[in-house]
Design a protein around this ligand. Structure first.
Ligand code: DX5
Ligand code: ZN
Length: 218
């Protein structure tokens, strides 16, 4: 079963609860929260306070993507705020096994994200311990960017890695997911589809959500 995870990065924050309700009513399965600190990525977004506001606006699982330096310092804050999934960047965490263990000890599911130029193979010794691999299909920092084509190869490599290790992680793709890229991402083996601007910048958020959900439902 594939999962649609709208990213609130592109939502209208003056009306966040209503925007979340719209996607929830039209097929969204998770709510994706893009946390940026202006250091790991050039943009700054929001922290645990807003994750908690999102959590209180939905019954859906909240999927927190930490594009921040020193994520270990904030795991408890985000999980206490209501994060069900917490994803850290492989490029940022030196003691990744310890971080993944801590996320799970705190009661959340653990994800590891890789940037477009980071090989899937770097995950081979953490793969069996994690619940989610996030393949970034844009350079992290901003919504509305173009899907990077070789991400399809990386999704397939992640599927092969999971099969080879008999691991259980879900494969998530984040960046440039829209009605034009959805089917090739689905064919490559993606489980969780993060979509920000193609949903929240659409003229009709409800219709865009339903359309994308339909396209990814195999
Ligand atoms: C990258 C962010 C974005 C966001 C989705 O920094 O993680 O990828 O979730 O953005 P869209 O769907 O607008 O490309
Ligand atoms: Zn994200």
């Amino acid at each position: 079963m594939t999962i649609l995870a709208p990213s609130i990065l592109s939502a209208d924050f003056t009306n966040l609860a209503q925007q979340i309700k719209l996607v929830e009513l039209n097929g969204a399965d998770w709510i994706h929260c893009d946390i940026m600190d202006g250091h790991f990525v050039p943009n700054i977004t929001f922290g645990p306070i807003l994750v908690n506001a999102a959590k209180r606006s939905t019954k859906l699982p909240v999927d927190v993507h930490l594009m921040i330096e020193k994520p270990d310092n904030y795991l408890e804050d985000f999980i206490n705020a209501g994060a069900n999934y917490v994803t850290v960047h492989q490029e940022e965490v030196i003691h990744l096994n310890r971080t993944v263990t801590k996320i799970k000890e705190l009661g959340a599911k653990a994800g590891v994200a890789i940037n477009p130029a980071t090989p899937v193979d770097l995950l081979k010794d953490i793969a069996e311990y994690i619940d989610l691999v996030l393949v970034m299909s844009v350079n992290p920092g901003f919504g509305g960017q173009k899907f990077i084509g070789n991400s399809l190869k990386k999704i397939r490599e992640a599927v092969q890695l999971r099969d080879k290790l008999n691991a259980h992680f879900l494969i998530e793709v984040d960046g440039g997911v829209d009605k034009h890229t959805a089917s090739s991402i689905l064919d490559a083996g993606c489980d969780v589809f993060v979509a920000g601007s193609s949903i929240f910048k659409a003229d009709n958020i409800s219709a865009a959500t339903a359309e994308l959900k339909n396209l990814i439902t195999n």
